[in-house]
Write a protein that binds this ligand. Structure first.
Ligand SMILES: Cc1cc2nc3c(=O)[nH]c(=O)nc-3n(C[C@H](O)[C@H](O)[C@H](O)COP(=O)(O)O)c2cc1C
Length: 534
């Protein structure tokens, strides 16, 4: 795979060239931007935002197609493979001395977040939300961490940060809070989607997400030093905030906001953040990542990767996975497996161990995980609730799950995980799951008949019924036959004569059926007997 050294602006150019980005040069009110992005099937650049100097770019990874484009992939599944490559072959970032984001630097009293063109999003928002900040932090013991967390602007140099979820950033902030010290962070805004994807990957502590981004690129991510804190930022960023999470604890109201859940989240209790410096390019653009879809398309591959990895470790052979959109590409997975006895349950145990995955359905490999009707059909026909539904209470949950009970500020709720084993149960006969397969499907094609095809006309031979009955009886005496086999074997006779001959055998009490439903001689060894009473 060739290295991908494309930068943020290079990606915008590529979107423009692909007809996936529209430049709007007329004055646009900042209050209208989010709804315009919501209505647009293309990415948008607002070059003239009334009252602000910086243009706003939004919606760049808001569609499946643009997410695929951003990763330099040909199809969606390839994004997960690239991510896997980034994880297994990470490339450490390199430090550069300076970066374009340093062209304009404001520190101390000059910091003024209200100069940033942060669009108003939904009607119940708690304030201007910075949504695309790739955050780099360091813990004295655990090392570097990177993730994306939203910031609600409150004052010229004060924001909230949403870290209600039990992730590594929350842990770093919690540890700093416990010893009463601020936790410095750099916030890089306007970075290539590869860095967004790397930051969104839930790496275990000690693993550098920017090295994962480097691995995805096949080339190192460049980091440049901050001015006021001892941390780096992404050198390609349009805009950088240097800040520290204050040791306020989870005491400050933050939100509401239209979350990844596609719901208006409630008020969150979070720490505050002091912004010490704002750095930006002279001609910086402000990237307003639009919720919820700009989050979804690159977050989903991180779930695919984690689930596939967990099942691999569990030794279960996966055929396909669908991290469904109704589950917000986060809470639900339908997984088809090549099952050995008991592995429906093993697969559930492995899948449900993943992060905050809440509901998993495991199906056999004949079920198409991308077809919701087939999946439901498997649940309807293969599941016994007392045998196949696994409920694990008290597991790690995502606090943004609106079905969880209310918890006091700072308390992380736990929740239930549910697995549905919709594979054919052990001891259940496979024949019960034979799909309808119409007789003569190979031979009789509707298109031919619509085009005028006619079948041969056979002469009815009512007088032949007794003789044909004997021929059929002899044939099923040799080997039991399905109804279609008999129709086929005696296709020289018109079908009504065949049916009447079978009728005669029934009448004479000479016909019976095998357990598979073939016609056979009554009283023969193959003749089925009703199952014994329990
Ligand atoms: C666009 C975007 C916005 C996000 N916003 C938040 C957020 O506000 N709060 C949060 O806890 N996680 C948010 N996340 C998810 C975290 O960035 C992600 O889970 C990350 O892997 C956490 O990393 P960590 O465990 O290293 O802290 C967001 C992810 C994306 C892609």
């Amino acid at each position: 795979m060739s290295a991908m050294t494309e930068k943020f602006r290079g990606f915008l150019d590529r979107l423009r060239a692909a007809g996936e980005l529209i430049d709007l040069r007329q004055p646009v009110d900042i209050r209208h931007i989010a709804t315009l992005v919501d209505q647009s099937d293309k990415a948008l650049v607002f070059h003239n935002v009334v009252g602000y100097q910086m243009p706003v770019v939004s919606g760049i990874i808001r569609s499946r197609e643009r997410a695929i484009l951003s990763m330099g992939c040909a199809e969606y599944g390839e994004i997960e493979r690239k991510l896997q490559q980034g994880i297994s072959q990470p490339i450490n970032p390199v430090r550069v001395a300076s970066a374009p984001a340093r062209e304009v630097v404001a520190t101390g009293d000059a910091v003024d977040l209200f100069r940033l063109p942060i669009p108003m999003s939904s009607i119940y928002d708690g304030g201007p939300m910075v949504t695309a900040g790739v955050v780099i932090a360091r813990d004295p013991e655990y090392g570097m961490n990177c993730g994306i967390y939203r910031f609600m602007v409150k004052e010229r140099d004060l924001t909230g940060i949403d870290i209600v979820t039990p992730n590594n950033m929350r842990l770093f902030a919690q540890r700093a809070h416990e010893v009463g010290r601020p936790c410095p962070i750099s916030i890089s805004i306007g970075t290539h989607p590869i860095e967004i994807m790397g930051a969104g990957y839930r790496a275990p502590i000690g693993m550098d997400e920017m090295a994962v981004a480097g691995g995805i690129r096949g080339a190192p991510v460049e980091l440049a030093p901050c001015e006021t804190i001892d941390l780096p930022y992404i050198a390609d960023a349009e805009l950088v905030l240097e800040a520290e999470i204050l040791p306020t604890g989870w005491t400050q109201p933050e939100g509401r906001f239209g979350e990844f859940t596609a719901l208006m989240g409630g008020l969150h209790w979070n720490p505050n953040v002091r912004v010490k410096a704002v750095l930006h390019r002279r001609d910086a653009m402000y990237y307003a990542l639009h919720m919820p879809w700009e989050n979804t398309w690159l977050a989903a591959p991180t779930r695919y990767q984690a689930i596939r990895q967990a099942l691999k470790t569990a030794g279960v052979q996966v055929k396909d996975i669908n991290v469904t959109l109704g589950g917000r590409a986060f809470w639900h997975a339908v997984i088809s497996i090549r099952k050995q006895a008991g592995e429906g349950k093993n697969a559930l145990l492995a899948a449900l161990s993943v992060l905050d995955l809440k509901h998993a359905v495991v199906v056999d490999e004949d079920i198409d995980v991308w077809n919701p009707v087939e999946v439901e059909w498997a649940i309807a026909t293969r599941v016994q609730g007392d045998r196949d539904i696994v409920v694990i209470p008290g597991a790690r949950a995502k606090p943004l799950d609106p079905s969880l009970p209310v918890t006091p500020p700072g308390v992380v709720p736990t929740g239930a995980k549910v697995g549905v084993d919709a594979t054919i149960g052990e001891g259940i006969p496979r024949e019960r799951f034979e799909r309808i397969s119409y007789a003569y499907a190979e031979r009789a094609k509707i298109a031919d008949y619509v085009a005028g095809k006619a079948d041969p006309v056979l002469v009815a031979g009512a007088g032949r019924v007794p003789a044909l009955a004997e021929e059929i009886f002899a044939a099923i005496g040799q080997a039991p036959l399905y109804y279609q086999d008999i129709a086929d074997r005696f296709s020289g006779a018109d079908f009504q004569t065949v049916a009447r001959a079978l009728g005669l055998l029934h009448e004479q009490g000479r016909l019976w059926q095998t357990a598979e439903g073939r016609m056979c001689v009554r009283g023969s060894a193959q003749a089925a007997r009703p199952p014994a009473r329990a």
